[in-house]
Design a protein around this ligand. Structure first.
Ligand code: RIB
Length: 294
């Protein structure tokens, strides 16, 4: 079982040909609301691949909150530990899609009402988990508390440090895996990526978008190449990578095999619209790994 402790957002997506510059108004082509949030996305990614996933999160009692809960349930994620609060609106992410890229503003809302007490109540579930996955869209003290609890319970944590601004260097002592993208890696550790990777062998895995992902195995640098794909929407690719990585490690794949599996999953995820739209099943990933086009 995998436990995901993280955010649930309704993604409010607008697609446009050009990002507006400051003070400019442009016309868009599409507006839609669609389930997202790094926590929920990573939970769905792992569940679609076949993991038994428990979600611990907080949403509002509003219609967005209800929709997000339904979405998780439809994807087979256990939502018994998702708290519903009247004290804040469900988190949202304002996503601008253009030029094959995205720009995201998150308003955390109910996500920021998750407390240490909520985590404490999940102690048994956490204890039974092969992995706990977290990101940084929930209060940082709660992340810190969870890291301490997981260490006490001897449960490995995969931490995706996004958004990177909340990351604290001391977290490195607690995590089994840290999975920043290149930008997040530089923000957290500075510019010398090679030296940083060497400092955290088999622990720091830097995702490189379509190029794949890299880490240091204690002796040499490993670049696990990405898979060729035609991207429709890259939102959620990193989340797919993380959910898939935890799933694969949970199936006792080696780190290199698991990263390759996660790369294949992420490459499939960008082929459909929406953060969760293209998240693949295990069968689809196997086909991609074998070079069979879908
Ligand atoms: O990683 C993509 C996610 O980031 C989106 O679904 C959005 O909700 C934000 O949390």
């Amino acid at each position: 079982m995998i436990t995901v402790i993280g955010s649930m957002n309704m993604d409010i997506v607008v697609q446009t040909d050009n990002f507006p510059v400051q003070g400019e108004t442009v016309l868009g082509q599409l507006f839609t609301t669609i389930p997202g949030g790094k926590g929920a996305n990573q939970a769905v990614a792992a569940a679609r691949l076949g993991s038994n996933v428990h979600m611990l999160a907080s949403v509002g009692t509003d219609s967005f909150g209800r929709e997000l809960l339904e979405d998780l349930k439809a994807n087979g994620v256990n939502t018994d530990s998702v708290m519903q609060t009247e004290e804040a609106a469900t988190g949202i992410a304002n996503i601008l899609l253009s030029e094959g890229d995205n720009r995201i503003i998150v308003v955390p809302g109910a996500n920021y009402l998750l407390t240490e007490a909520n985590i404490k109540r999940m102690k048994e579930t956490i204890q039974q988990s092969k992995f706990v996955i977290m990101q940084l869209e929930i209060p940082i003290p709660v992340v810190k508390y969870t890291l301490e609890l997981c260490r006490e319970l001897n449960v490995p944590v995969l931490l995706n440090p996004a958004p990177a601004s909340g990351f604290q260097l001391e977290f490195m002592d607690y995590v089994a895996y840290l999975t920043p993208n290149e930008t997040e890696c530089e923000l957290i550790f500075g510019q010398n990526m090679e030296a940083t990777l060497e400092k955290y062998p088999n622990k720091l895995i830097v995702t490189l978008g379509s190029e794949g992902a890299r880490y240091f195995d204690g002796t040499k640098h490993i670049l696990v190449p990405g898979f060729k794909t035609t991207a429709v929407d890259t939102t959620g690719a990193g989340d797919t990578f993380n959910g898939a990585l935890a799933h694969a490690l949970g199936q006792s794949l080696s780190l290199e095999e698991a990263v390759r599996y996660a790369n294949a999953s992420a490459s499939l995820s960008v082929e459909k619209f929406g953060a969760q739209g293209g998240m693949p099943s295990h069968t689809e990933v196997v086909k991609r790994l074998e070079g069979v086009s879908n």
